[in-house]
Design a protein around this ligand. Structure first.
Ligand SMILES: [Zn+2]
Length: 374
């Protein structure tokens, strides 16, 4: 990634000062989607070796050019060894992933959940286990009964000292110019029980954290990627409180810099939200999970919006598509291979989603390539 002042790159016009550059070796054409991503969650280091083979051979064959790799506390951080999770990746293991992705023409983007998702079920993750004082609801919800996931308090005076160390170290070890900071499904924010946040505007609190992380990553020459749900009004859209927000954060869309990249996830339908983000000035990627027909409709939407808006500033902001996997990622890679060789996939599964999505992307790209220029 480069911060550029000239705005024309690979045939599309950029609205902001950042450009999403391809990994070395990737050929970009004007009809190809700039971002064709796979997002993986929970690949244990023991599954890395076979996964590297999947990256080398299977991802390029499908046309994938971005890999979003959720790492969180699963790396042997030198800046904060006290926060390292069990079964963490070593420096050498991440370097092997970096090298294989680079050789395969795949841009590697680490994901570290910030603000929300600091616990799962009864287990608090490392940050709030080691530093319980950072908890937005410190001392409340014993055994996490009655909450979805804990958040850290964005106004705790010491929290960013730690978060910046983690993000800085992960940016370096992944040799990346983009970091995904999660920030989805943040339900605990501006809580009445937090002495620092009570009574504050939740949209402003959320936006403040986005700006804080974005500004730090800019010092590392890395661009901030994040999930988009807190920017969508879950009431007005009817999308609800998960893929939209019902906790007063949606106005934050007008309070954050437009050079962040929005990962707009919708797993059950293909709403027109990518267009909404593009109208607001953001580059956006639509994200699917386990319903192939939804993934295909989302790909069609992105291609249509790019085509019908090619002469204005919005079309090029529709960067592309992402297939997400929220199960075990080693098994996912294996099942993609099996499905590819047998030609059979379950109707509703991340594997089917992934294969159908990228098949559709290849078809739509080829159809566009075969059209005569205007
Ligand atoms: Zn707080």
């Amino acid at each position: 990634m480069k911060i550029i002042s000239a705005f024309v790159l690979f045939g599309f016009v950029l609205a902001a000062g950042y450009a999403d550059t391809p990994a070395p070796g990737l050929k970009a054409s004007s009809t190809e989607l700039p971002v064709r991503a796979l997002m993986l969650y929970g690949l244990p280091p023991s599954g890395l070796e076979p996964f590297l083979d999947f990256v080398r051979h299977d991802l390029p064959r499908e046309g994938v050019n971005h890999l979003i790799f959720q790492i969180d506390y699963g790396y042997e951080y030198k800046t904060h060894p006290e926060l390292v999770a069990k079964n963490a990746y070593t420096h050498a293991q991440i370097k092997s992933l970096v090298t294989v992705c680079r050789d395969a023409g795949i841009k590697l983007i680490p994901l570290v959940n910030c603000l929300g998702h600091q616990s799962w079920a009864k287990t608090n993750h490392q940050l709030l286990t080691v530093y319980p004082e950072f908890d937005e609801t410190a001392g409340l919800y014993p055994e996490n009964e009655g909450l979805y996931c804990r958040s850290y308090c964005p106004n705790h005076p010491d929290v960013h000292r730690v978060i910046f160390d983690l993000l800085g170290e992960i940016t370096d070890v992944f040799e990346t110019d983009a970091v995904h900071v999660g920030m989805d499904e943040v339900f605990l924010i501006g809580e009445a029980t937090c002495p620092r946040c009570r009574g504050k505007d939740k949209a402003e609190l959320f936006a403040q954290e986005v700006r804080t992380l974005r500004d730090f990553l800019a010092t590392k020459k890395a661009r901030l990627w994040m999930w988009g749900d807190r920017f969508i009004d879950g009431e007005v859209t009817g999308l609800g409180k998960w893929e939209g927000s019902k906790n007063q954060t949606s106005r934050a869309i007008d309070l954050v810099p437009r050079d962040i990249v929005i990962c707009d996830w919708h797993y059950d339908s293909a709403p027109p939200t990518p267009g909404y983000f593009a109208v607001k000035g953001f580059e956006v990627i639509i994200c699917s999970y386990n319903q192939p027909h939804v993934a295909v409709e989302e790909a069609e939407q992105i291609f249509n919006l790019r085509r019908t808006n090619r002469d204005n500033a919005m079309g090029p902001r529709l960067l592309g598509v992402m297939s997400t996997n929220w199960g075990k990622s080693a098994e996912f890679a294996q099942s993609v291979r099996q499905a590819k060789s047998s030609g059979v996939t379950e109707e509703k599964s991340p594997t089917a989603n992934f294969l159908h999505l990228f098949e559709k992307v290849r078809q739509l790209t080829a159809a566009q390539d075969s059209k005569p220029p205007r």
